[in-house]
Design a protein around this ligand. Sequence first.
Ligand SMILES: NC(=O)c1ccc[n+]([C@@H]2O[C@H](COP(=O)([O-])OP(=O)(O)OC[C@H]3O[C@@H](n4cnc5c(N)ncnc54)[C@H](OP(=O)(O)O)[C@@H]3O)[C@@H](O)[C@H]2O)c1
Length: 257
Amino acid sequence: MRKIGFIGCGHMAKALIKGLKSNNSYELLGHDRNSKNIAWLKQEKIPFYTLKEVCHEADILMICVKPKDMYDLCLEMKAYISKELKIVSVAAGITLKNLQDALSEGKVYRAMPNIGAKHNLGITSIFSYEELNEILDIFNYLGKAIVVEDEDKINLHTSLIGSAPAFYFEIINEFEHRLSELLPDNVSKRDLTLLFLTSLISAIQNGEDLEDLIQSIKSKGGTTEAGLNHLYEKDFINIFSEAIDAAKDRAAYLSMD
Ligand SMILES: NC(=O)c1ccc[n+]([C@@H]2O[C@H](COP(=O)([O-])OP(=O)(O)OC[C@H]3O[C@@H](n4cnc5c(N)ncnc54)[C@H](OP(=O)(O)O)[C@@H]3O)[C@@H](O)[C@H]2O)c1
């Protein structure tokens, strides 16, 4: 059984741990400094290890601290790291070179997962110069892993896959607000939202072409066309795409030394 140690057990690590818990090939260990997250580890029956212990015990380390905490952590842990230890950083904006320089030893990987990993529906981009199979197995268990050839692409992934769920949630949030106008308070808006979104997913799962789907709803002079024309006039499609670029540019800025 391979041991995976998590350093920093906040939002992202929790999602990864929840996704991996059902896999008997892995033993999970945790380390954190935050008492709430330490209590969470206890509740989930994940053993707590000190930093030194987790570095010595684990075959693979997942570093899940915020980028601002990364270099202090690396300084603290570098004395405990062996050459063979596989170290995966999920931090946005910390380049592989900076990670390697900060740790000196170990085989380093950059992974950019998203919160979908919690339900094994995550999408993770991975970049490393090391052999990737074992790390790919982990992230493929958590959903789908994609190897990127160019480290800069991690920034696009951070935006398109990591941040964009929040853009969709904003749209769904507005959809639910408008449902409130339609429905009395005692009818569950969330149930309707789920049914509505499931119907969209089902059409996508059937492999139907998105343009054909739009055309199948739109008729000349009809209601859908009126709504779509408003979106086009307001440049909604470009605005959405520009939001992806804004998040990508921010990730690139954070990657600068
Ligand atoms: N959240 C996402 O959807 C997402 C997606 C992709 C990538 N990521 C990446 O995941 C990383 C973690 O994000 P998060 O949202 O999970 O952060 P978080 O909820 O703040 O969790 C980080 C945890 O690490 C602890 N920590 C920090 N430095 C430590 C140290 N030296 N020793 C022990 N514990 C330490 C923090 O303790 P304190 O609370 O005391 O600081 C906190 O409990 C980030 O680098 C982010 O870029 C997140």
